[in-house]
Ligand binder design. Structure first.
Ligand SMILES: Nc1ncnc2c1ncn2[C@@H]1O[C@H](COP(=O)(O)OP(=O)(O)OP(=O)(O)O)[C@@H](O)[C@H]1O
Ligand SMILES: [Mg+2]
Length: 299
Protein backbone atom coordinates (compact mmCIF):
# COMPACT_ATOMS: atom_id res chain seq x y z
CA UNK A 1 0.00 0.00 0.00
CA UNK A 2 1.32 3.56 -0.80
CA UNK A 3 2.51 5.62 2.19
CA UNK A 4 1.13 9.13 2.64
CA UNK A 5 3.56 11.92 3.63
CA UNK A 6 1.71 13.76 6.41
CA UNK A 7 3.91 16.87 6.53
CA UNK A 8 3.42 19.26 3.63
CA UNK A 9 6.53 20.43 1.77
CA UNK A 10 8.00 23.64 3.26
CA UNK A 11 7.02 26.91 1.61
CA UNK A 12 3.72 25.58 0.20
CA UNK A 13 0.30 27.08 1.03
CA UNK A 14 -0.81 25.24 4.23
CA UNK A 15 -4.44 25.00 3.06
CA UNK A 16 -3.42 23.45 -0.26
CA UNK A 17 -0.99 21.15 1.49
CA UNK A 18 -3.71 20.03 3.93
CA UNK A 19 -6.11 19.34 1.06
CA UNK A 20 -3.37 17.34 -0.64
CA UNK A 21 -2.81 15.27 2.48
CA UNK A 22 -6.53 14.73 2.93
CA UNK A 23 -6.90 13.67 -0.69
CA UNK A 24 -4.07 11.18 -0.28
CA UNK A 25 -5.58 9.86 2.91
CA UNK A 26 -8.91 9.42 1.12
CA UNK A 27 -7.06 7.53 -1.65
CA UNK A 28 -5.32 5.32 0.89
CA UNK A 29 -8.64 4.62 2.61
CA UNK A 30 -10.22 3.68 -0.70
CA UNK A 31 -7.28 1.38 -1.45
CA UNK A 32 -7.58 -0.21 1.98
CA UNK A 33 -11.31 -0.74 1.45
CA UNK A 34 -10.64 -2.47 -1.90
CA UNK A 35 -7.98 -4.66 -0.25
CA UNK A 36 -10.38 -5.57 2.53
CA UNK A 37 -13.03 -6.59 0.01
CA UNK A 38 -10.42 -8.66 -1.87
CA UNK A 39 -9.29 -10.25 1.40
CA UNK A 40 -12.85 -11.11 2.34
CA UNK A 41 -13.46 -12.64 -1.11
CA UNK A 42 -10.27 -14.69 -0.80
CA UNK A 43 -11.33 -15.87 2.68
CA UNK A 44 -14.75 -16.93 1.36
CA UNK A 45 -13.12 -18.76 -1.57
CA UNK A 46 -10.79 -20.54 0.85
CA UNK A 47 -13.71 -21.57 3.02
CA UNK A 48 -15.61 -22.84 -0.03
CA UNK A 49 -12.51 -24.78 -1.14
CA UNK A 50 -12.17 -26.27 2.36
CA UNK A 51 -15.83 -27.32 2.32
CA UNK A 52 -15.29 -28.97 -1.10
CA UNK A 53 -12.20 -30.78 0.25
CA UNK A 54 -14.12 -31.95 3.33
CA UNK A 55 -16.89 -33.23 1.10
CA UNK A 56 -14.41 -34.97 -1.21
CA UNK A 57 -12.74 -36.62 1.80
CA UNK A 58 -16.12 -37.73 3.15
CA UNK A 59 -17.05 -39.22 -0.24
CA UNK A 60 -13.64 -40.97 -0.50
CA UNK A 61 -14.00 -42.41 3.01
CA UNK A 62 -17.51 -43.57 2.29
CA UNK A 63 -16.49 -45.23 -0.98
CA UNK A 64 -13.53 -46.94 0.76
CA UNK A 65 -15.98 -48.24 3.36
CA UNK A 66 -18.40 -49.45 0.66
CA UNK A 67 -15.51 -51.11 -1.18
CA UNK A 68 -14.57 -52.99 2.00
CA UNK A 69 -18.14 -54.08 2.66
CA UNK A 70 -18.47 -55.19 -0.97
CA UNK A 71 -15.18 -57.09 -0.85
CA UNK A 72 -16.07 -58.70 2.47
CA UNK A 73 -19.38 -59.95 1.03
CA UNK A 74 -17.83 -61.00 -2.25
CA UNK A 75 -14.97 -62.76 -0.54
CA UNK A 76 -17.46 -64.80 1.48
CA UNK A 77 -19.37 -65.67 -1.71
CA UNK A 78 -16.14 -66.62 -3.47
CA UNK A 79 -14.55 -68.50 -0.60
CA UNK A 80 -17.42 -70.89 -0.03
CA UNK A 81 -17.39 -72.53 -3.50
CA UNK A 82 -13.61 -72.23 -3.65
CA UNK A 83 -13.26 -74.21 -0.42
CA UNK A 84 -15.57 -76.82 -1.92
CA UNK A 85 -13.38 -77.04 -5.06
CA UNK A 86 -10.22 -77.40 -2.96
CA UNK A 87 -11.86 -79.89 -0.59
CA UNK A 88 -13.20 -82.09 -3.40
CA UNK A 89 -9.91 -82.02 -5.29
CA UNK A 90 -8.14 -83.14 -2.10
CA UNK A 91 -10.69 -85.91 -1.57
CA UNK A 92 -10.21 -87.12 -5.15
CA UNK A 93 -6.43 -86.94 -4.80
CA UNK A 94 -6.69 -89.34 -1.88
CA UNK A 95 -8.76 -91.81 -3.91
CA UNK A 96 -6.45 -94.76 -4.80
CA UNK A 97 -8.24 -95.31 -8.13
CA UNK A 98 -7.46 -91.75 -9.18
CA UNK A 99 -3.97 -91.78 -7.70
CA UNK A 100 -3.23 -94.65 -10.06
CA UNK A 101 -3.99 -92.41 -13.08
CA UNK A 102 -1.00 -90.10 -13.23
CA UNK A 103 -2.56 -87.53 -15.62
CA UNK A 104 -5.77 -87.25 -13.61
CA UNK A 105 -3.98 -86.72 -10.30
CA UNK A 106 -1.62 -84.15 -11.88
CA UNK A 107 -4.65 -82.23 -13.16
CA UNK A 108 -6.34 -82.46 -9.76
CA UNK A 109 -3.21 -81.17 -8.11
CA UNK A 110 -3.24 -78.16 -10.47
CA UNK A 111 -6.89 -77.50 -9.60
CA UNK A 112 -6.06 -77.66 -5.88
CA UNK A 113 -3.00 -75.37 -6.23
CA UNK A 114 -4.91 -72.81 -8.28
CA UNK A 115 -7.74 -72.89 -5.74
CA UNK A 116 -5.36 -72.32 -2.83
CA UNK A 117 -3.69 -69.47 -4.71
CA UNK A 118 -7.05 -67.79 -5.34
CA UNK A 119 -8.02 -68.25 -1.71
CA UNK A 120 -4.85 -66.48 -0.54
CA UNK A 121 -5.35 -63.73 -3.10
CA UNK A 122 -8.93 -63.09 -1.95
CA UNK A 123 -7.75 -62.96 1.66
CA UNK A 124 -4.92 -60.54 0.82
CA UNK A 125 -7.13 -58.16 -1.18
CA UNK A 126 -9.65 -58.11 1.64
CA UNK A 127 -6.94 -57.50 4.28
CA UNK A 128 -5.46 -54.59 2.34
CA UNK A 129 -8.84 -53.05 1.69
CA UNK A 130 -9.77 -53.33 5.38
CA UNK A 131 -6.52 -51.75 6.49
CA UNK A 132 -6.87 -48.89 4.00
CA UNK A 133 -10.49 -48.24 4.98
CA UNK A 134 -9.50 -48.16 8.67
CA UNK A 135 -11.57 -51.26 9.34
CA UNK A 136 -8.90 -53.76 10.39
CA UNK A 137 -9.33 -54.79 14.02
CA UNK A 138 -6.45 -56.50 15.81
CA UNK A 139 -6.71 -58.22 19.18
CA UNK A 140 -3.44 -57.48 20.89
CA UNK A 141 -2.37 -59.79 23.69
CA UNK A 142 0.92 -60.99 25.15
CA UNK A 143 2.21 -63.65 22.75
CA UNK A 144 5.21 -65.81 23.76
CA UNK A 145 7.75 -65.35 20.94
CA UNK A 146 9.14 -68.92 20.97
CA UNK A 147 5.90 -70.82 20.24
CA UNK A 148 4.75 -68.15 17.75
CA UNK A 149 8.00 -68.45 15.82
CA UNK A 150 7.88 -72.26 15.95
CA UNK A 151 4.37 -72.27 14.45
CA UNK A 152 5.47 -70.09 11.52
CA UNK A 153 8.65 -72.14 11.08
CA UNK A 154 6.65 -75.38 10.83
CA UNK A 155 4.57 -73.86 8.02
CA UNK A 156 7.62 -72.43 6.26
CA UNK A 157 9.79 -75.59 6.23
CA UNK A 158 8.10 -77.19 3.20
CA UNK A 159 8.48 -73.89 1.31
CA UNK A 160 12.25 -73.90 1.96
CA UNK A 161 12.53 -77.37 0.47
CA UNK A 162 10.97 -76.28 -2.86
CA UNK A 163 14.14 -74.44 -3.98
CA UNK A 164 16.49 -76.70 -1.97
CA UNK A 165 17.30 -74.01 0.59
CA UNK A 166 18.80 -74.75 4.01
CA UNK A 167 16.75 -73.21 6.79
CA UNK A 168 18.57 -72.10 9.97
CA UNK A 169 16.41 -71.11 12.92
CA UNK A 170 17.74 -69.51 16.10
CA UNK A 171 14.93 -69.49 18.62
CA UNK A 172 14.97 -66.98 21.47
CA UNK A 173 16.64 -68.38 24.59
CA UNK A 174 14.28 -66.79 27.11
CA UNK A 175 10.53 -66.73 27.34
CA UNK A 176 10.02 -63.18 26.01
CA UNK A 177 6.52 -62.18 24.90
CA UNK A 178 5.41 -59.57 22.40
CA UNK A 179 2.20 -57.55 22.38
CA UNK A 180 0.60 -58.77 19.17
CA UNK A 181 -2.37 -60.31 17.43
CA UNK A 182 -1.13 -63.94 17.22
CA UNK A 183 -2.70 -64.73 13.84
CA UNK A 184 -1.44 -61.52 12.26
CA UNK A 185 2.02 -61.98 13.76
CA UNK A 186 2.25 -65.43 12.17
CA UNK A 187 0.97 -64.00 8.86
CA UNK A 188 3.71 -61.32 8.85
CA UNK A 189 6.50 -63.75 9.69
CA UNK A 190 5.25 -66.31 7.19
CA UNK A 191 5.16 -63.69 4.43
CA UNK A 192 8.82 -62.83 5.04
CA UNK A 193 9.82 -66.51 5.23
CA UNK A 194 7.89 -67.41 2.08
CA UNK A 195 9.58 -64.55 0.20
CA UNK A 196 13.02 -65.71 1.36
CA UNK A 197 12.16 -69.25 0.22
CA UNK A 198 10.82 -68.00 -3.11
CA UNK A 199 13.64 -65.64 -4.04
CA UNK A 200 16.50 -67.93 -2.97
CA UNK A 201 17.61 -71.12 -4.73
CA UNK A 202 20.16 -73.62 -3.42
CA UNK A 203 21.01 -71.14 -0.70
CA UNK A 204 20.48 -70.41 2.98
CA UNK A 205 17.72 -68.74 4.91
CA UNK A 206 18.22 -67.70 8.53
CA UNK A 207 15.59 -66.71 11.05
CA UNK A 208 17.13 -64.96 14.06
CA UNK A 209 15.19 -63.60 17.00
CA UNK A 210 16.60 -60.92 19.27
CA UNK A 211 15.26 -58.09 21.38
CA UNK A 212 16.25 -54.62 22.54
CA UNK A 213 14.68 -52.71 25.40
CA UNK A 214 11.34 -52.15 23.70
CA UNK A 215 10.97 -54.48 20.71
CA UNK A 216 11.56 -58.06 19.63
CA UNK A 217 13.27 -58.32 16.24
CA UNK A 218 12.50 -61.25 13.99
CA UNK A 219 15.09 -61.14 11.25
CA UNK A 220 14.76 -63.17 8.04
CA UNK A 221 18.03 -63.24 6.08
CA UNK A 222 18.63 -65.02 2.79
CA UNK A 223 21.38 -65.54 0.22
CA UNK A 224 18.94 -65.07 -2.66
CA UNK A 225 18.76 -62.82 -5.68
CA UNK A 226 18.42 -59.64 -3.62
CA UNK A 227 17.09 -56.29 -4.80
CA UNK A 228 19.00 -53.58 -6.71
CA UNK A 229 19.32 -50.20 -4.89
CA UNK A 230 17.30 -48.41 -7.60
CA UNK A 231 14.41 -50.81 -7.03
CA UNK A 232 14.32 -50.68 -3.23
CA UNK A 233 11.73 -47.89 -3.30
CA UNK A 234 9.29 -50.27 -5.02
CA UNK A 235 9.17 -52.55 -1.97
CA UNK A 236 6.13 -52.21 0.30
CA UNK A 237 3.93 -50.95 -2.57
CA UNK A 238 0.62 -52.70 -3.29
CA UNK A 239 0.57 -55.05 -6.29
CA UNK A 240 4.20 -54.26 -7.14
CA UNK A 241 6.73 -56.98 -7.85
CA UNK A 242 10.31 -55.87 -8.21
CA UNK A 243 12.18 -56.54 -11.46
CA UNK A 244 11.12 -59.18 -13.99
CA UNK A 245 11.10 -61.98 -11.49
CA UNK A 246 7.32 -62.23 -11.27
CA UNK A 247 7.55 -64.05 -14.59
CA UNK A 248 9.23 -66.95 -12.89
CA UNK A 249 7.81 -66.74 -9.36
CA UNK A 250 4.18 -66.68 -8.39
CA UNK A 251 2.76 -63.90 -6.28
CA UNK A 252 0.72 -60.74 -6.36
CA UNK A 253 2.93 -58.17 -4.69
CA UNK A 254 0.73 -57.84 -1.61
CA UNK A 255 2.56 -59.85 1.05
CA UNK A 256 5.09 -57.20 2.06
CA UNK A 257 2.77 -54.21 2.05
CA UNK A 258 0.21 -56.06 4.18
CA UNK A 259 2.91 -57.32 6.57
CA UNK A 260 4.32 -53.83 7.03
CA UNK A 261 0.90 -52.27 7.60
CA UNK A 262 -0.06 -55.00 10.08
CA UNK A 263 3.26 -54.67 11.92
CA UNK A 264 2.78 -50.91 12.18
CA UNK A 265 -0.74 -51.41 13.52
CA UNK A 266 0.79 -53.58 16.23
CA UNK A 267 3.30 -50.81 17.07
CA UNK A 268 6.18 -52.35 15.12
CA UNK A 269 7.47 -52.27 11.54
CA UNK A 270 8.97 -54.26 8.69
CA UNK A 271 12.22 -52.95 7.21
CA UNK A 272 14.49 -54.26 4.47
CA UNK A 273 18.16 -54.21 3.59
CA UNK A 274 19.22 -55.80 0.32
CA UNK A 275 21.65 -55.72 -2.59
CA UNK A 276 21.33 -57.29 -6.04
CA UNK A 277 22.66 -60.87 -6.03
CA UNK A 278 23.81 -60.51 -2.45
CA UNK A 279 20.73 -61.60 -0.50
CA UNK A 280 18.23 -59.69 1.60
CA UNK A 281 17.44 -59.12 5.25
CA UNK A 282 13.88 -58.32 6.30
CA UNK A 283 13.32 -57.35 9.94
CA UNK A 284 9.96 -57.58 11.64
CA UNK A 285 9.92 -55.62 14.89
CA UNK A 286 7.10 -56.00 17.40
CA UNK A 287 6.78 -54.30 20.82
CA UNK A 288 7.67 -56.46 23.77
CA UNK A 289 4.77 -57.12 26.12
CA UNK A 290 5.35 -55.35 29.41
CA UNK A 291 2.56 -55.94 31.90
CA UNK A 292 0.03 -54.43 29.49
CA UNK A 293 -3.42 -56.03 29.44
CA UNK A 294 -4.84 -57.31 26.15
CA UNK A 295 -6.32 -54.55 23.98
CA UNK A 296 -7.76 -53.88 20.53
CA UNK A 297 -6.07 -51.93 17.73
CA UNK A 298 -7.89 -50.54 14.70
CA UNK A 299 -6.44 -49.26 11.43
N1 LIG B 1 13.64 -62.01 0.14
C1 LIG B 1 13.50 -61.37 -1.02
N2 LIG B 1 14.49 -61.40 -1.95
C2 LIG B 1 14.38 -60.75 -3.12
N3 LIG B 1 13.29 -60.01 -3.49
C3 LIG B 1 12.27 -59.96 -2.61
C4 LIG B 1 12.32 -60.62 -1.34
N4 LIG B 1 11.17 -60.37 -0.69
C5 LIG B 1 10.43 -59.59 -1.52
N5 LIG B 1 11.09 -59.34 -2.66
C6 LIG B 1 10.62 -58.52 -3.80
O1 LIG B 1 9.56 -57.71 -3.36
C7 LIG B 1 8.38 -57.97 -4.14
C8 LIG B 1 7.16 -57.79 -3.28
O2 LIG B 1 7.07 -58.82 -2.30
P1 LIG B 1 5.66 -59.29 -1.80
O3 LIG B 1 5.86 -60.33 -0.76
O4 LIG B 1 4.87 -58.09 -1.46
O5 LIG B 1 5.00 -59.89 -3.11
P2 LIG B 1 5.12 -61.32 -3.76
O6 LIG B 1 5.90 -62.26 -2.90
O7 LIG B 1 5.62 -61.12 -5.15
O8 LIG B 1 3.59 -61.78 -3.84
P3 LIG B 1 2.66 -62.21 -2.60
O9 LIG B 1 3.46 -62.10 -1.35
O10 LIG B 1 1.54 -61.23 -2.66
O11 LIG B 1 2.27 -63.60 -2.91
C9 LIG B 1 8.58 -59.38 -4.67
O12 LIG B 1 7.84 -59.60 -5.84
C10 LIG B 1 10.08 -59.41 -4.92
O13 LIG B 1 10.36 -58.81 -6.15
MG1 LIG C 1 5.43 -62.45 -0.83
Amino acid sequence: MATVPLSPSSGADPAVARDEVLARLADANANAAVLLVELETAREELEARNRQLDEARRVAEESARCKTVFLANMSHELRTPLNAIIGYSELLLEDPAIAAQRDASADLDRIRTAGLYLLTLIGDVLDLSKIEAGGMTLHLEPVPVGPAVEAAVALARPLMAVNRNTFHVALPPDGASVMADPTRLRQCLLNLLSNAAKFTTDGDVWLDVSADVTHARLQVRDTGIGIAPEQMHLLFQSFVQVGDRHRTTGGTGLGLVISQKLARLMGGDVTAVSAANAGSTFTLSIPLAASEPARTARS
